[in-house]
Design a protein around this ligand. Structure first.
Ligand SMILES: [Zn+2]
Length: 298
């Protein structure tokens, strides 16, 4: 039985149990085959993600739910190992450390992570760095660009993976407990919707900052603005943050700072997370990356 047959049958068996009875193989043989295929990464995911946080990771194939329009290919094994180790070290453990237990991640982090090897592009040429569906699943793209040379490049890691991860995670948090309406009112009618990529063409960070947005994408609508402000704040050094928010205009900088105040208070009061403490924990780990063994699964 070939790999793709197994996968589609597994998917059908789980997702549409009542519609796959006539021409499919016996489900028992599928489970046996999957057991045999457990490798070191599978075991690591089971121990460090599934047992501890009830998180599953799909990395071996482009699963049927993925958007076929993008013409996607799977992540290679080494890149999948690296990102899994890095997600644990840079993405999940800082939250555990700050809240003092694993319950927060277990309760709110998406239950399914999906790795895609290739980048994904929209029709307008913008690259999709990540997608999230209903607070349940985060898909990370371009995993095969995570090579050894780039594995300690913090700017690269944030731009491609961790900014996305924190961005999507923050969506889940505000969908569970909303932030104050006062945040939406700051930019009000200044949000540009799907035109964000034209308004700030060529990733015009300074242009967006001049209008009070931490990134071009933040100008799309208030929810994106909220999670972009959060994600940039906790992954940038204080110096990088200052450079970024002051790259447009004095007025724009003050608007971003006003937004940050609301984000900061929201995380403090709703989630008992001090953004500065979380940021310092993330930055400390970013600095320690050269000593962190990304390929050790023991
Ligand atoms: Zn978003």
């Amino acid at each position: 039985m070939n790999f793709f047959n197994k996968i589609s049958i597994l998917f059908l068996a789980v997702g549409m149990a009542c519609s796959c009875s006539e021409d499919k193989l016996d489900p028992e043989s599928i489970l046996v085959d999957l057991d045999i295929e457990q490798n070191e990464l599978d075991n690591y995911i089971q121990n460090q993600f599934t047992d501890d946080y009830n998180i599953s990771i799909v990395y071996k194939f482009v699963e049927p739910e993925s958007d076929y329009d993008y013409n996607l290919s799977p992540a290679n094994y080494e890149s999948a190992v690296r990102i899994t180790r890095l997600l644990h070290y840079l993405g999940i453990e800082p939250y555990d450390r700050i809240v003092g237990n694993k319950d927060f991640i277990r309760a709110y982090f998406p239950k399914l992570l999906n790795y895609i090897g290739s980048p994904a592009y929209r029709n307008n040429g913008t690259m999709v760095l990540g997608t999230a569906e209903g607070g349940v699943k985060i898909t990370l793209y371009a995993l095969n660009q995570l090579t050894e040379e780039r594995s300690t490049n913090v700017a690269f890691l944030n731009r491609y993976y961790f900014h996305t991860m924190h961005h999507e995670f923050a969506h889940i948090l505000h969908q569970n407990k909303d932030y104050p309406a006062s945040f939406r009112e700051i930019s009000g009618s200044g949000y540009v919707g799907d035109a964000w990529n034209d308004v700030y063409e060529g990733d015009d960070v300074a242009g967006a900052a001049a209008d009070g947005f931490i990134s071009p994408y933040a100008s799309k609508e208030a929810n994106e603005d909220f999670v972009e402000t959060y994600s940039y704040y906790i992954t940038l050094t204080p110096e990088q943050w200052e450079v970024r928010i002051s790259s447009g205009s004095e007025e724009g900088m003050e608007i971003i700072e006003e937004k940050l105040d609301i984000v900061r208070t929201y995380f403090e009061t709703v989630w008992n997370i001090d953004l500065d403490v979380l940021r310092d924990e993330i930055l400390r780990r970013q600095e320690a990356l050269p000593e962190f063994d990304q390929l050790s699964l023991n």
